[in-house]
Design a binder for this molecule. Structure first.
Ligand code: NDP
Length: 261
C-alpha cells in the first residue's frame, strides 16, 4: 500500500484550503502577477520572482500577505541556472512542499525582422523563453517525482498564440520560442507522466500587460473575434484550472485563451 496521494472525483464542493507551493517565475507584474493573486486566493502558497528591482514584487507580497496570503518573493533570473536552483531551494524551505511551477517569465526580445537580429538578441531570447523554462521544469520535476501512479505535481508553461500564427512582423523569433515551448510541453509531459507529473501549456492571445504596445487595443478590436484584449486574470483562471485536481487527467496539451484568435 503506497502512502502517495491519488486523486479521485469527489461530489463535495471544493472549499479554499491550504495548498502546497506553486512557484511562478516573473510573478511581480502582468500575467504572472494575476496568476499569483489567483493562486493565493485559492489557498496555495506562492513564490514569485523578480530579476533586478524588488519594488513591485514587495508591493504584491505585502498586499497579499495583508489579506492572509502565503506568498514570498525571490530574486531569480531564469537565464542563470544557479539562481533557478537556489529559487527552488529557498522557496521550498520558506513555504513548504512543492505542488507546481508556472514558467511565466518571458520577453519578446528585439522586435525586428530576423535578418536584422543579432546573435546576441536571439541568444538572450532563447535563453529566457526556452532554456530558462526547460531548466526550471527540470528543477521542478526532480522535486515532484513520486512513485508510479501517484500525482506528484503540475508544470504549466506560458506559451502564446504566436506559436501557431508564426508571429507578426518583428515577432518571428519570439513566436519560434513559443513554438518550442509547446513542443517541449508535449514531450516533457510524456517523459514525466509516469513520475506523477502533469505538464501543460496555456497560450494567451493579446493580453493587456506592459509587454504589448499601446496600439494593441485597436489591433485587438480588429483582429480578435471577441473584439478585445484579454485581461491577465482571464489567463490566470486557465492556469489555476490546469494546476488543480479538476485537470487530473489532462497532460501534454495547450489551452488557448485568446478570445477566439
Ligand atoms: P510582462 O512584460 O508584463 O512581464 C514579464 C515578466 O517576465 C516580468 O515579471 C519579468 O520580471 C519576467 N522576466 C523577464 N525576463 C526574465 C528573466 N530573465 N528572469 C526572470 N524573469 C524574467 O509580460 P506579460 O505578463 O505580458 O508576459 C508573461 C508571459 O506571457 C510571457 O511568457 C509572455 O511571452 C506570455 N504572453 C504574453 C502575452 C501578452 O499579450 N501580454 C501574449 C502571449 C503570451 P521582472 O519584473 O523582474 O522584469
Amino acid at each position: 500500500m503506497t502512502s502517495a496521494r491519488r486523486y479521485s472525483a469527489s461530489p463535495i464542493k471544493e472549499t479554499p484550503m491550504e495548498k502546497n507551493l506553486v512557484i511562478v517565475t516573473g510573478g511581480a507584474r502582468g500575467i504572472g502577477r494575476a496568476i499569483a493573486e489567483k493562486l493565493v486566493q485559492e489557498g496555495y502558497a506562492v513564490a514569485i520572482t523578480y530579476t533586478s528591482s524588488s519594488t513591485r514584487a514587495d508591493e504584491v507580497v505585502s498586499r497579499l500577505q495583508g489579506e492572509g496570503g502565503r506568498i514570498r518573493a525571490f530574486q531569480a533570473d531564469v537565464t542563470n541556472p544557479a539562481q533557478i536552483a537556489k529559487l527552488f531551494d529557498d522557496a521550498i524551505s520558506a513555504l513548504g512542499p512543492l505542488h507546481g511551477l508556472v514558467n511565466n517569465a518571458g520577453i519578446t526580445g528585439t522586435q525586428a525582422p530576423i535578418a536584422d537580429q543579432t546573435p546576441e538578441d536571439l541568444n538572450k531570447l532563447i535563453a529566457t523563453n526556452i532554456t530558462g523554462s526547460l531548466i526550471a521544469a527540470g528543477e521542478a520535476a526532480r522535486r515532484l517525482s513520486t512513485e508510479a501512479g501517484a500525482l506528484g505535481g503540475v508544470i504549466i508553461n506560458i506559451s502564446s498564440v504566436a506559436a501557431r500564427l508564426g508571429g507578426l512582423s518583428g515577432l518571428v523569433a519570439y513566436a519560434t520560442t513559443k513554438g518550442a515551448i509547446e513542443t517541449f510541453t508535449k514531450g516533457f509531459a510524456n517523459e514525466v507522466a509516469r513520475n506523477g507529473i502533469r505538464v501543460n501549456a496555456v497560450a494567451p492571445g493579446l493580453t493587456d500587460t506592459e509587454m504589448v504596445p499601446a496600439e494593441a487595443a485597436q489591433a485587438a478590436e480588429k483582429y480578435v473575434p471577441m473584439g478585445r484584449m484579454g485581461e491577465p486574470s482571464e489567463i490566470a483562471e486557465a492556469v489555476a484550472f490546469l494546476l488543480s485536481d479538476k485537470a487530473s487527467y489532462i497532460t501534454g496539451t495547450t489551452l488557448t485563451v485568446s478570445g477566439g484568435r
